[in-house]
Design a protein around this ligand. Structure first.
Ligand code: NAD
Length: 485
């Protein structure tokens, strides 16, 4: 039953529960598909009801050990994991390309960035501070203690198979929590490699568990369990709401990193060519399957022609193909669902009157390849102006006034990333202040940094990952009001 391809280092994806690494030959399994070839890469074992219960029990035990472990020792384990991720980066990157489709160079960059993330949290693990507050009662000292919140249940999307689960795992472990992670069944390989690096760096059994299987069954069981004290998800707003409802029954707090539909405002006084160059790279990275991908472009009427010409010249040069091949800049979409979604959105936009300036078609019949696509004069009635494409499609509209641009950007009830291009300090400051978003890039598309908070507003979710907020998300602040007797 077990299918392990020669290129998988070590072994197939596994369920990690306590000290057990349970393989696909011991359970029912789901195939993991290479989106470039549609071939089966390997199989992921499906957790049984007993596995999920056992993961909860071992997570409770793991928490009891880990919360008493000195911060300096937690820090050493995280640093050790970072070193191992770096050492194994070439193998891990290859696995990522096989399971997710992104070009090897992008996969390698994500893997190395995950190592940096673990290093950042190894440092944060040592810098967890409480505080002493002046009391109004003579003789009573108010001590605010930072304590780990408890066992965590985490769920992640398939678009960044290393760094997205890594943000949850590293922060929870730094804070002294145990964590059960359920990555996407479509991209299980990389998370097992994170688990392996942590194990080899000395993480005790039970602190990290990895489950896959039936997402609804796993989330319903974990969220109903009173032992689980926190939920963290990176995924769609739809699933985020399901989890938030489930979490309400046991009052679990959560970090919700959900969908976006990032607006880009390119003003008439901006460097149109420079903006086009940056945006073309940011838009088609990971085939547009990035929650902060620039996706609704609003360009000032005075420069829309020069901006579009320059942008199309960049798009034209994007080489699409199997991410394992040299010179490929954009891989396939990660799964068939995503391909069908993009086919549908582009066809709807054209039906509503948008003009196709580039792409607009599937490439070939094997693999989930789609052309880098640019749509001009997209009307508000087209679904793509409201629904997150999460794919390689740029939708461009024009605007005339700053008020108009801000209104268009804030038209939706999601707010994750947003981008402003202008040379006027006044415009930059005003627009950055007015945009309803968790992150604003001003003349830059680089808005995700381990050292800074990352997250959304409105229906893009709540809570922050990264920065000092990243550790805080896995802690409770306990007040000890003490009178010396
Ligand atoms: P998804 O919402 O379908 O799944 C996310 C995770 O939740 C998966 O592991 C899934 O198995 C799990 N899950 C738990 N309970 C579930 C249930 N009852 N039903 C279905 N799934 C359940 O998201 P996806 O398709 O994997 O990822 C795409 C979405 O993720 C996009 O909307 C994208 O914007 C978002 N995303 C957000 C961020 C961010 O940081 N805000 C980052 C990456 C992706």
């Amino acid at each position: 039953m077990l299918h392990i391809d020669a290129f998988v280092p070590g072994d197939s994806p596994c369920l990690v529960i306590g000290d057990s690494w349970i393989h696909a030959d011991q359970r029912e399994y789901v195939p993991v598909i290479n989106p470039a070839t549609e071939e089966t890469v390997c199989h992921a074992p499906v957790a049984t009801a007993d596995d999920i219960q056992l993961a909860i029990a071992t997570s409770v035990q793991g928490f009891e050990t880990w919360r008493r472990t000195l911060p300096i020792d937690r820090s050493r384990v995280l640093r050790g994991a970072a070193e191992r991720i770096r050492e194994r980066a070439d193998d891990i990157a290859r696995l990522m390309t096989l399971e997710q489709g992104k070009p090897l160079a992008e996969a390698r960059a994500e893997t190395l960035s995950t190592a940096d993330l673990f290093e950042w949290f190894s440092e944060e693990a040592r810098r967890s501070y409480g505080r002493i507050v002046a009391s109004q009662v003579p003789g009573v000292a108010l001590n605010v203690m930072a304590e780990p919140i408890g066992p965590v249940a985490a769920f992640t999307a398939w678009n960044f198979p290393m760094v997205v689960p890594g943000r949850k795992i590293a922060a929870a472990i730094a804070a002294g929590c145990s964590i059960i992670i359920k990555p996407s069944e479509e991209t299980p390989l990389c998370v097992v490699e994170i688990a392996r690096c942590l194990r080899d760096a000395g993480l005790p059994n039970g602190v990290l568990a990895v489950l896959y299987g039936d997402p609804a069954q796993i989330s319903e069981t974990l969220l109903a369990a009173p032992e689980i004290r926190k939920v963290a998800i990176t995924g769609s707003t739809r699933v985020g709401k399901i989890l938030a409802r489930l979490a309400a029954d046991t009052m679990k707090p959560g970090t919700y990193e959900l969908g976006g539909h990032s607006p880009v405002l390119v003003f008439g006084d901006s460097d149109a060519e420079g903006a086009a160059a940056q945006l073309a790279v940011a838009k088609y990275r990971n085939a547009g399957q990035v929650c902060t991908s620039p996706s609704r472009f609003f360009v000032h009427r005075d420069i829309v022609e020069s901006f579009t010409e320059s942008y199309l010249a960049h798009v034209d040069k994007i080489v699409v193909g199997d991410g394992l091949q040299d010179g490929v800049a954009m891989g396939p979409l990660s799964n068939e669902r995503q391909l069908l979604h993009i086919v549908d959105l582009v066809s709807d936009a054209v039906t509503h009157g948008a003009q196709l300036a580039a792409g607009g078609h599937r490439i070939g019949n094997t693999g989930y390849f789609y052309e880098p696509t640019v749509l001009l004069n997209v009307p508000d009635t087209a679904r793509i102006m409201r629904e997150e494409p999460f794919g390689p499609v740029t939708a461009i509209q024009t605007f005339d006034t700053t008020d108009d641009a801000i209104a268009k950007a804030n038209m939706l009830d999601v707010g994750l990333g947003s981008y402003v291009f202008s040379s006027s300090p006044e415009t930059m400051i005003r627009v950055a202040g007015e945009l309803q978003a968790g992150m604003v890039g001003v003349n830059t598309c680089l808005i995700a940094h381990h050292e800074a908070p990352f997250g959304g507003v409105n229906q893009s979710g709540y809570g922050r990952e990264g920065g000092i907020e990243g550790l805080d998300a896995y802690q409770i602040k306990k007040l000890v009001a003490a009178r010396a007797v």
